[in-house]
Write a new protein. Structure first.
Length: 173
């Protein structure tokens, strides 16, 4: 009986030792995975974020130019169906179709625009906020629009493409 108890204790000790070895291996694997993910976040994500920022800034500039050129077709591809556009001095427009109609028929003359202090915040893999200070020389119906505005654009990824779903300007003059 004593020999059986000693054998059971030996087996139990061996099992505990194997469990500790497995636990240590799992902890090492987990630590390696965290280190790998951290490396990607530290070194890979900024490059990807810069690429996304450049892509979205190009889209914003194309939209501003399309607005100046009264080319609503750009907005058909650029915006979500339920998009909201708030232009300082020009009002609020809701829905892509209304935005397109407004762009095509605006009575404004924009002679120049520029962006500065552009920042990108990625909230989720499919939602980002782009902010920047825009300067413009624009007259609508004889009234000058604010020369400097702080712009906030919210983009969502739909079917693999980035679309503007909300744009808001706040005058800084």
């Amino acid at each position: 009986m004593l020999a059986t108890r000693q054998t059971l204790r030996s087996r139990s000790s061996a099992n505990k030792s194997e469990e500790l070895d497995m636990k240590t291996k799992n902890e090492r694997l987990s630590a390696s995975a965290v280190l790998f993910a951290s490396t990607i976040l530290l070194f890979g994500a900024p490059a990807m974020a810069e690429d996304l920022k450049a892509e979205l800034v190009a889209m914003e500039k194309a939209a501003w130019q399309a607005w100046a050129d009264r080319d609503g077709k750009v907005y058909e591809k650029f915006m979500t169906k339920d998009a909201v556009l708030v232009v300082a001095g020009a009002g609020v427009t809701t829905g892509r179709d209304m935005v397109v109609a407004g762009v095509n028929s605006n009575e404004c003359e924009m002679t120049s625009f520029d962006f500065a202090d552009v920042k990108l915040r990625q909230l989720t893999p499919d939602v980002v906020i782009l902010t920047y200070t825009a300067t413009q020389d624009t007259v609508c119906g004889g009234e000058e629009l604010p020369e400097t505005v702080y712009s906030t654009s919210i983009y969502v990824r739909q079917d693999g493409e980035w679309k503007s779903t909300s744009y808001q300007e706040t005058p800084l003059d």
